[in-house]
Design a protein around this ligand. Structure first.
Ligand SMILES: *[C@@H]1O[C@H](CO)[C@@H](O)[C@H](O)[C@H]1NC(C)=O
Length: 279
């Protein structure tokens, strides 16, 4: 009995080791299997399932962080030309959707907007507006800083409006603020005021022309301080869109989207590394 003890112990340890190794192996495989579809979904994004008419193709699509909107775009750097398709559901069946670039600020004021108005007409009508602030817009387009061509709109699935256009940007533009919005009604060919919910006020983000990957820079990491003591991202009340109080919202929204977009593939990579380490 006594003589067996020394030989027994290593054998037991080996069994325990191999059992736990097999368990870790299975666990890693499970994590990998669970993470993969999620990672693929996050990488492709919901916008990737949009089916446009055959002649409309875009190099990039991006699910925007608010209002269920998406932007599809192709940037031709040699011509500084940006082709876009903006997709969003209006806030009402005879409402409007808008998207634009703001070269001078973050909020609505200064936005060079493309607006697709459904109104009572069957097909959405596209107009351009140089948005100067919270002043009612007229029924006629106003000139915008980026000459717009190929303006058109059609209806997508689920009552969404798809707004198409091509903007002549300024030479050398690399990153620009984008702003989008949805409204519920149209009067006299003009978009009526939109709602002032948290997502209406936070519907802005950076559009990085060039590679999409550069949008997730370490500089955009959320800092814990504003959460603890500063204004919360949802604290901006009605009418504070252009004020300092709402300047927290866009970065917070972008960070949330960035985190959501990055975490699933990162998880898959981690699982894969773990899996390889065990094998
Ligand atoms: C847009 O409006 C602003 C403010 O009135 C004005 O300074 C700017 O020149 C306008 N832009 C265009 C392209 O008309």
């Amino acid at each position: 009995m006594r003589a067996q003890e020394p030989t027994n112990q290593p054998a037991t340890q080996l069994q325990i080791h191999s059992a736990s190794s097999a368990m870790a192996h299975q666990l890693a495989l499970l994590v990998l299997l669970l993470a993969s579809p999620a990672a693929m979904h996050a990488a492709a994004g919901a916008c990737a399932s949009e089916k446009f008419p055959a002649e409309r193709t875009y190099a990039t699509c991006e699910d925007l962080p608010q209002l269920g909107a998406a932007l599809h775009w192709t940037y031709d750097a040699s011509k500084s030309s940006l082709s876009v398709a903006f997709v969003a559901a209006p806030a009402g069946t005879s409402g409007w959707v808008a998207w634009g670039l703001n070269p001078t600020g973050e909020g609505m004021a200064g936005t060079q907007a493309l607006v697709a108005l459904k109104g009572s007409s069957s097909a959405p009508n596209v107009k351009t507006y140089n948005i100067t602030g919270y002043v009612p817009l007229g029924g006629a387009s106003t000139p915008i800083a980026f000459p717009a061509t190929d303006l058109a709109a059609d209806e997508g699935s689920g009552g969404k409006i798809r707004l198409y256009g091509k903007l002549q940007l300024h030479k050398g533009m690399k990153s620009v603020n984008q702003v989008w919005q949805v409204g519920s009604s149209v009067t006299g060919g003009a978009p009526d005021k939109h709602a002032f919910g948290a997502s209406n006020l936070a519907s802005k983000a950076k559009l990085v022309l060039g590679s999409k990957a550069t949008a997730t820079s370490p500089a955009s990491e959320p800092t814990p301080a504003p959460m603890a003591g500063g204004p919360s991202p949802t604290a901006g009340g009605a009418g504070s869109d252009s004020g300092a109080s709402s300047s927290v919202a866009p970065s917070a929204g972008k960070n949330a989207a960035t985190a959501a977009g990055v975490s699933a593939p990162a998880l898959a990579v981690m699982a894969l590394v773990g899996f390889l380490a065990i094998v």
